[in-house]
Design a protein around this ligand. Structure first.
Ligand SMILES: Nc1ncnc2c1ncn2[C@@H]1O[C@H](COP(=O)(O)OP(=O)(O)OP(=O)(O)O)[C@@H](O)[C@H]1O
Length: 229
C-alpha cells in the first residue's frame, strides 16, 4: 500500500473545548488507485489531506507511506518526506509567474538537489504526458486556467512521488475542463503507479475515480457511489 491512514484523530482548539476535524479515520490507497473523498463543507476533508500530507500531526493514529510510518517525524524529516514522496495539487495551480512551464517543474527537482539534462528530460516527458509539450516555454500568464492546472499536476509528479494529494483541483474550471483534468489525474495515477487521494465537491466528475469515500462530521465511510463510479 502506498498510503495507509490508521485510526487517525485530529482536533483543533475551539473556544474552551476542541473540535474534532478527523474522527478515527482509517483509509488505504494502493499504487495506481485514484481515491476521492467528498462531503459537506467543514466535514474534515482538507484536514484529512493535511494529515496524509504530513502538514498536520494527528493527535493519535498513524500515517504510513510506502510501508514506512511517517506520522510523528520531526518537522525537518517530514519536509524531506514531503519533497521526495508526496506530490500536492492545489485548488489554484500556484505557479510562479516568472518561470516557464518547464522551469516550474525543474524548480521542484532543484529543491531536491537535482539539475541538468536528466531533469530537463523528465520535465519534458511530464509536460508531454499532460499534453503541454508545445507550451513548455510559456509563462503562466500565457496559459489558460486548465493548462495551468495541468502544469500543476505535472509539477506534482516531478519527483516521482508515491502519493499524490489533490485538493479541489477543478474549482476554478468550467465543467468541460474539469472533466478533462479529472481524466488526466486518473490517467497519470494509473500510468505512473502513484496512489492518489483527492478531495472534491465535484460529484459529476467522480466517474474517473476508482473509489469514493464520504466524510461527514470528521468520520469517513465508503460511499455507495463507489459502486457506480
Ligand atoms: N486550523 C484550524 N483551526 C481550528 N479549526 C480548524 C482548523 N482547520 C479546520 N478547522 C475546523 O475543522 C473542521 C474541518 O475543517 P476542514 O477544513 O477540514 O473541512 P472541509 O471538509 O475541508 O471543508 P471545505 O469543504 O469547506 O474546505 C471545521 O469545523 C473547521 O472549522
Amino acid at each position: 500500500m502506498s498510503l495507509i491512514v490508521d485510526d487517525a484523530v485530529l482536533t483543533f482548539p475551539d473556544g474552551a473545548g476542541r473540535i474534532t476535524a478527523v474522527d478515527h479515520v482509517s483509509l488505504s490507497v494502493e499504487p495506481g488507485e485514484f481515491a476521492a473523498v467528498t462531503g459537506p463543507s467543514g466535514s474534515g476533508k482538507s484536514s484529512l489531506l493535511a494529515v496524509a500530507g504530513l502538514l498536520q500531526t494527528p493527535d493519535s493514529g498513524s500515517v504510513a507511506i510506502g510501508g514506512r510510518v511517517v506520522s510523528g517525524l520531526s518537522r525537518k524529516d517530514a519536509a524531506a518526506v514531503r519533497l521526495s514522496s508526496i506530490g500536492f495539487v492545489f485548488q489554484q495551480s500556484n505557479l510562479i509567474a516568472s518561470l516557464t512551464a518547464a522551469e516550474q517543474l525543474e524548480a521542484v527537482a532543484r529543491l531536491d538537489g537535482r539539475k541538468g539534462k536528466a531533469v530537463q528530460d523528465r520535465a519534458m516527458e511530464l509536460l508531454e504526458a499532460v499534453d503541454l509539450k508545445d507550451a513548455a516555454s510559456r509563462r503562466p500568464a500565457q496559459l489558460s486556467g486548465g493548462q495551468r492546472q495541468r502544469v500543476g499536476i505535472a509539477r506534482a509528479l516531478m519527483n516521482s512521488p508515491e502519493l499524490l494529494l489533490v485538493d479541489e483541483p477543478t474549482s476554478a474550471l468550467d465543467s468541460e475542463r474539469s472533466s478533462a483534468v479529472m481524466r488526466l489525474i486518473g490517467d497519470v495515477t494509473r500510468d505512473s503507479g502513484v496512489a492518489t487521494l483527492m478531495v472534491t465537491h465535484d460529484l459529476p466528475t467522480l466517474t474517473a475515480v476508482d473509489s469514493v469515500y464520504e466524510m461527514v462530521d470528521g468520520r469517513l465511510s465508503r460511499s455507495e457511489r463507489a459502486e457506480a463510479a
